[in-house]
Design a protein around this ligand. Structure first.
Ligand code: FAQ
Length: 311
């Protein structure tokens, strides 16, 4: 029976088909998806914090309204993704415990500080830009609930990217100090953003099986290259320099060559030792604890409703 189910699953993978929650799936497929979707959900939730720091300091009412909408979208993406992971039999409490105890991974990029208002624009332009590049192929992921969640998430990320780029265009039309602020933010975010796509393909242990199972469609290095090629002309329009002396067009390859990424720094951040890891986790845990009364009230309300229904 197990062999028959496995054969059916393999045939579905060969045909580039979809798996739904009620379908049989190998335990390793389920585990891989829980790993990736929960990490993705945690990234959205922790990703609210760097920009959230700027809501009360946004330079105008319009910028504040846009930023609040963006940060709320990220909260929505996180909840959407937790719900997708729950269809694989893992509970939200288990996932949250893993995050709050420091066991779970989330994207390295959210462990860097947002020092100026230009950082908010650069996060929209580059971090959301990188997120879209990585998530568009996930809309075709073999697991139905994840693929469907990605469609809406990508639409919202696209708004996030545009608002960031537009905020930067406005700053670049300002004075020298504003232009210098944008350049400084680009200098600080460029390399960590390139690392967001994950380790080089040769050092990416999860890639082979992710590809076989139609979870990953385009490799870490290929996505990184696509992102660089798309971003260079945007930087020119903006009037900023990307901080890489080795960045240049390679006619023969039809792509830009680029300098060496500091993978030691990346692993240091992934392993909990980046500039803001401790602060981010502490803020998230405090927010969860401060919300205890809401969960208690919701449970008490549900209990009362149930009692009333029994009467
Ligand atoms: N940070 O073998 P691979 C966003 C880990 S959402 C930390 O290549 P895989 C929206 C990886 O987990 C951003 N860890 O792994 C937003 C693995 O460890 P494990 C999040 C990383 O899964 C914008 C190990 O390294 N997006 O930005 C990172 O095949 C603005 C070996 O790596 C997603 O999560 C990293 N950057 O490929 C919100 C997308 N990279 O688990 C707010 C979904 C790798 O074996 C503001 N995820 N690692 O212990 C994916 O596409 C994949 O999981 C990759 C990694 C591409 C991230």
């Amino acid at each position: 029976r197990e062999a028959e189910l496995q054969a059916r699953f393999d045939a579905c993978m060969d045909a580039d088909g979809r798996i739904e929650p009620q379908d049989w799936m190998p335990e390793a497929y389920r585990k891989t998806l829980v790993r990736q979707i929960s990490q993705h959900a945690h990234s959205e939730i922790v990703g609210m914090l760097p920009e959230g720091n700027w809501i009360s300091r946004a330079p105008s009412l319009k910028r504040k309204a846009i930023l609040m909408a963006k940060v709320q979208d990220e909260g929505g993406h996180g909840l959407y993704l937790y719900a997708a992971a729950e269809t694989l039999g893992v509970s939200r409490e288990q996932m949250q415990d893993a995050l709050h105890s420091g066991k779970a991974k989330y994207s390295s990029i959210f462990n860097y500080p947002t020092l100026t208002w230009a950082d908010v624009g650069v996060i929209g332009w580059l971090v959301d830009g990188a997120a879209i590049m990585n998530q568009i192929p996930l809309c075709r992921c073999s697991y139905g609930p994840y693929a469907r969640a990605m469609i809406r998430v990508c639409k919202e990320e696209s708004f996030h990217q545009r608002q960031g780029y537009e905020a930067l265009l406005t700053l670049m039309k300002g004075n020298d100090a504003q232009r210098a602020m944008v350049q400084d933010a680009v200098n600080r975010w460029w390399w960590p953003v390139l690392a967001m796509f994950g380790p080089p393909d040769k050092d990416s242990p999860n890639s082979a099986i992710g590809m076989r199972w139609g979870i990953k469609r385009i490799s870490n290095d290929e996505l990184r290259q696509k992102f660089i090629d798309a971003t260079v002309p945007q930087a020119q329009v903006l009037g900023v320099t990307l901080p890489d002396p080795d960045l240049k067009w390679n006619e023969a390859r039809g792509h830009h060559d680029y300098g060496a990424i500091d993978w030691d720094d990346f692993w240091n951040v992934v392993n909990g030792n980046g500039p803001c890891n401790k602060e981010r986790l502490a803020t998230r845990v405090k927010a969860h604890e401060d919300g205890q009364w809401v969960r208690d009230a919701a449970l008490a309300h549900a209990r009362k409703q149930k009692q009333r229904a029994l009467k």
